[in-house]
Design a protein around this ligand. Sequence first.
Ligand SMILES: N[C@@H](CCC(=O)N[C@@H](CS)C(=O)NCC(=O)O)C(=O)O
Length: 215
Amino acid sequence: MTPMNLYNFFRSGTSHRLRIALNLKGVPYEYVAVDLRSNAHHSASFKALNPQGMVPVLADGERVLSQSVAILEWLEERYPTPALLPADLDDRAHVRALAAVVGCDIHPVNNKRILENLRNSFGADDAAINRWCGTWISAGFATLETLLQSDARRGAFCFGDAPTLADVYLIPQIESARRFQTDLRPYPAILAIEKACAQLPAFQRAAPAMQPDAS
Ligand SMILES: N[C@@H](CCC(=O)N[C@@H](CS)C(=O)NCC(=O)O)C(=O)O
């Protein structure tokens, strides 16, 4: 069977989510680097795959999937084992809510195009960009920390003792928080989960520094 192509970028958080999920599920893929630094995502050839001009894209033969949330849900249905969502309906809603704090409320406002707009239209320098990103990361992480601390279902991971979609979203966001110099000391539960994930080869192999286009 021809492996799927993952169009992605080492430092992209949404790409990182997919690498973790594919590794956890043991699904092989070919790494196709799309260099966001040189705006390769704006090229006509890439926009033919994803008119939105954003990574990640997962191409499985003629099937071309975009939007990390849709791709993750597709992977979960196509490759149900190991499950990244709990069996119970209410628990699934909880895990999706944890993931959505990152996916809906932190990541979108810290995206490359947003930061470029802040620099180009509003004169933001590196310090202002770090403050901007730090504001939204801290707000989201404070919420996650409260939810995790108060939840008896938390184990070594966000939910229980095996990784779920909540961890798949959280780990790339921690990576990005460090890049924007956000203080992570107020979030001990988050940091403990990061340690647990770091023990697993699926997370280790998905890390930005391990990717062929990392520099
Ligand atoms: N909602 C999309 C967002 C994808 C996204 O934000 N991709 C970023 C990299 S993490 C990107 O391609 N940014 C290009 C840009 O902002 O110009 C998803 O979840 O897949």
